[in-house]
Design a protein around this ligand. Structure first.
Ligand code: NAD
Length: 447
């Protein structure tokens, strides 16, 4: 994509923006008029289930219990779901140390376990920490069941799962459900205070942004274990596009989310490049590094870099450049010829604060719904990934959002609770010019 094409072909996705504004207002109306006002003192008991009992699900359960103590709310974990019994056992062992006991009948394994735990009487809070590929159907089920949600990021892996998320987000707003997302920087006061100052114009007009998830080492690889293709893929989920969305989506979504927060918008097009450099012959589909140049509707560019390869320099950070200075939105601002800013306040872990905020929003019936914004940031990552995979010159937001290609098995998009362990293809790691899901028919290579 030439520089000229980046700026001259600018279009805005007005249709969706207007739709979002209208439905946000509609949802606000429902929140004000439709729901009874709940007094802060009338503490609502929270009964939570955790869906996806791996590292993060186990940790998020503990963060939730810590948040319950901070808020003084009667909050318990009453159920846990995972695809594999062994993961549930590991999680329960950890929680036992914190005095959490779950009745055996409420610790449920299987691909349909997410539906079953939501049926436990009294459940009103779900913590979603399975692989990203399952997030949209899991979130949709929670919203249909009418429970408040803490959802880990990212929340989708392709156009169809993004559309499922936007639809469920809209329904969650109509139902006045509270939703917090695992893009935890939005709950960290160092980011909040700094970005507030950027929005107030402390560095003037924003000119460009740089965002990094450049790890100095490789990502885990669990090898191939299990009876069927699906067992192997779900166990080693990071390495399959339909399950993780690839590294740019799985991890870098954090930094892309910060950029979207600063810009109060999402990019509308991009080009990108990347490779599978160090994963070599390990089973899997994904790449291990990406560089993407994004364009926002006002023409501002964001330069994004992510990778999980062994290298000397690493950085997980963001930088914002303005007409009057620049900022690390994680806590500092430099102003040309003027006084800068450095965050020196208290810092509570974002992992705990996001549950404190969600519990408080439930108790006081105040608006907190991060479902759309985390879907926007996830789609930002997916758009960058598809630009890099295809080698295309001008990949547009609307085209990716409306794309029909499904990376996962059909049941994921119809009823994930009906998915059964069995066979499923593995794709060849995408090769630019030989992979393009936006073409009709899509171009992909099966391994
Ligand atoms: N916000 C953060 O900073 C942060 C940090 C770590 C992880 N995460 C996110 O948490 C998610 C999980 O990551 P993790 O490190 O815990 O991975 P993990 O592999 O340790 O845990 C994922 C768990 O989900 C289970 N699972 C798979 N398919 C399932 C299904 N259909 N239904 C229910 N459970 C299913 C797996 O068996 C596994 O136990 C990822 O999306 C990751 O990005 C976020």
């Amino acid at each position: 994509m030439s520089n000229a094409s980046l700026t001259s072909k600018r279009t805005t996705d007005l249709s969706r923006r207007n739709f979002l504004k209208t439905s946000t207002l509609a949802a606000a109306g429902v929140a004000t008029l439709g729901a009874p006002s709940i007094l802060a003192q009338a503490k609502i008991p929270i009964r939570a289930v955790v869906i996806g009992a791996g590292g993060r699900g186990t940790g998020a359960g503990q963060n939730f219990l810590e948040a319950a103590k901070i808020t003084g709310v009667d909050a318990k974990i009453v159920g846990v779901a995972d695809a594999f019994q062994s993961r549930i056992d590991g999680c329960l062992n950890e929680w036992k140390k914190a005095g959490v006991e779950i009745p055996a009948a409420n610790a449920i394994a299987g691909l349909d376990s997410y539906v079953k735990v939501l049926q436990i009487p009294g459940v009103n809070y779900a913590i979603l920490a399975g692989p990203p590929g399952f997030r949209a159907p899991h979130f949709k089920a929670c919203v249909e069941a009418g429970v408040h949600v803490f959802t880990e990021k990212p929340v989708a892996v392709d156009g169809p799962t993004c559309r499922m998320m936007y639809a469920a987000a809209e329904l969650s707003e109509k139902k006045n459900l509270k939703v917090a997302a695992g893009t935890q920087r939005r709950h960290e006061s160092n980011y909040i205070e700094t970005i507030k100052r950027l929005h107030d114009g402390m560095i003037g007009d924003i000119v460009s942004l740089r965002v990094y998830w450049v790890n100095g080492g490789p990502i885990w690889h669990r090898g191939l274990s299990g009876e069927t293709d699906l067992h192997k893929q779900v166990n080693n989920w990071y390495h399959y596009i339909w399950l993780s969305g690839d590294h740019i989506c799985e991890q870098h979504v954090h930094n892309l989310d910060v950029a979207n927060w600063v810009m109060k918008d999402h990019p509308v097009r991009c080009w990108g490049m990347g490779a599978r450099q160090q994963l070599g012959d390990k089973p899997g589909e994904i790449w291990d590094n990406f560089a993407v140049e994004y364009e926002y509707p006002n023409g501002v560019r964001m330069f994004s870099y992510c990778g999980q390869i062994t290298r000397k320099w690493s950085s997980v950070s963001e930088a914002v450049h303005g007409s009057k200075g620049w900022s690390n939105p994680g806590g500092s601002i430099s102003v040309k010829g003027g006084e800068g800013y450095r965050y020196r306040g208290q810092h509570r872990s974002g992992y705990v604060q996001e549950h404190v905020n969600l519990i408080n929003a439930i108790q006081t019936d105040t608006k907190l719904n991060e479902a759309r914004q985390v879907t926007d940031s996830t789609l930002t990552a997916i758009m960058g990934r598809e630009a890099a995979y295809s080698g295309g010159d001008n990949v547009e937001w609307e085209a990716v959002l409306n794309s029909k290609f499904q990376y996962g098995p059909e049941a994921l998009y119809t009823d994930a609770s009906k998915m059964t362990w069995g066979s499923f293809r593995t794709l060849r790691p995408p090769m630019p010019s030989r992979h393009d899901i936006l073409r009709d028919p899509p171009v992909v290579a099966v391994a």
